[in-house]
Design a protein around this ligand. Structure first.
Ligand code: NAP
Length: 298
């Protein structure tokens, strides 16, 4: 089975060190985020695990410290479904960190039943897009001050099936769990594209990542029999460590070999779908996101 896997699993490795760098990884207590944090810590970076459940976050920090000699990791509370929590997290970062070189917007909720964030946004749009949009906005001064710095947004191939439903962002008229996920992942692509234009001159580069199909807990809201079928074929799924490769690739590859605002998959530049390249929609989403959050981000 391993021999078959090695035929189609993309291979990539790099020994770039990140000593002296600081990174935040959201949703770092499990899955792709935890493996990303572990890899960055192994390269010498100080890594802040931004987790909504502190017990899980601290356990992840202990796991990483056990596996990575001299790892500099710390867990901090962040609930992306609550703008107050996002503000508190950012305030804490400004109080404790002198620099921030990497913001990895990795956390995600997928294909869940209709529910709302604390602030009343549809959960998947609220956490996957708005929460990360707001977090990035709040941390931008530190990212600018630490330039060159990078923001890496985790999207998904499912963005290709997404449409931004500007007339029903709360999903109250017509909610479908998968459509809402695809919409939020398209929003990640559009956010990356629009942000790149605004922050490139400031030395803050932005990349969007499709990690592939990865064997993680992301399936937690999908009905059990379907998950069981998917897991039967787990040998064709990426492991969480493999799923972290493209994020790490975007973090360590020299800037002149990457395109800010670009979409990356299997450790290489890739094309997002047509809707992901729609500058008009990207601009409109930017304006709507600012309006919903009550912020001015020009
Ligand atoms: N796995 C795949 O096949 C796949 C494919 C394409 C894209 N992706 C993307 O990759 C990213 C990582 O996914 P994964 O597969 O590693 O999923 P995962 O194992 O389910 O991990 C998701 C992480 O996000 C956190 N999270 C969820 N809601 C949050 C909130 N309100 N505030 C803060 N953190 C929150 C979770 O925390 P808790 O543990 O506390 O819930 C968990 O740490 C996601 O953005 C996902 O959309 C995954």
């Amino acid at each position: 089975m391993q021999a078959i896997r090695s035929l189609f699993m993309p291979k990539w490795s790099s020994d770039v060190r990140l000593d002296g760098k600081t990174a935040i990884v959201t949703g770092a207590n499990v899955g792709i985020g935890k493996e990303t944090a572990k890899d960055l810590a192994g390269r010498g970076a100080r890594v802040i695990l931004a987790c909504r459940d502190m017990a899980k976050g601290e356990q992840a920090a202990r796991d990483i410290m056990r596996e990575v000699k001299a790892a500099k990791v710390v867990a901090r509370q962040l609930d992306l479904a609550d703008t107050k929590s996002i503000c508190q997290f950012a305030e804490n970062i400004y109080n404790t960190e002198k620099a921030l070189h990497y913001l990895i917007n990795n956390a995600g909720v997928a294909i869940c039943p209709h529910s709302l964030t604390v602030d009343g946004y549809e959960m998947q749009f609220g956490v996957n897009h708005l929460g990360h949009f707001f977090l990035t906005f709040l941390l931008l001064d530190l990212l600018k001050h630490s330039a060159p710095s990078r923001v890496i947004n985790l999207s998904s191939a499912t963005h290709a099936m997404g449409k931004i439903q500007f007339d029903d962002l709360s999903g109250e008229k017509n909610y479908h769990p998968f459509r809402a996920y695809a919409q939020s992942k398209l929003a990640n692509v559009l956010f990356t594209r629009e942000m790149a234009k605004r922050t490139e001159a400031l030395g803050v580069m932005t990349y969007c990542v499709d990690p592939g199909v990865v064997n993680t807990e992301i399936t937690r809201h999908i009905v059990r029999p379907l998950v069981d079928i998917i897991k039967t074929f787990s040998f064709v799924l990426k492991t969480p460590a493999e799923g972290a490769h493209t994020t790490i690739y975007c973090a360590v590859t020299p800037e002149n070999q990457l395109l800010t605002g670009g979409y990356y998959k299997d450790c290489a530049s890739a094309q997002s779908c047509r809707a992901g390249q729609d500058d008009g929609t990207a601009l409109k989403l930017w304006a709507v996101s600012c309006h919903l959050l009550g912020i001015r981000w020009r």
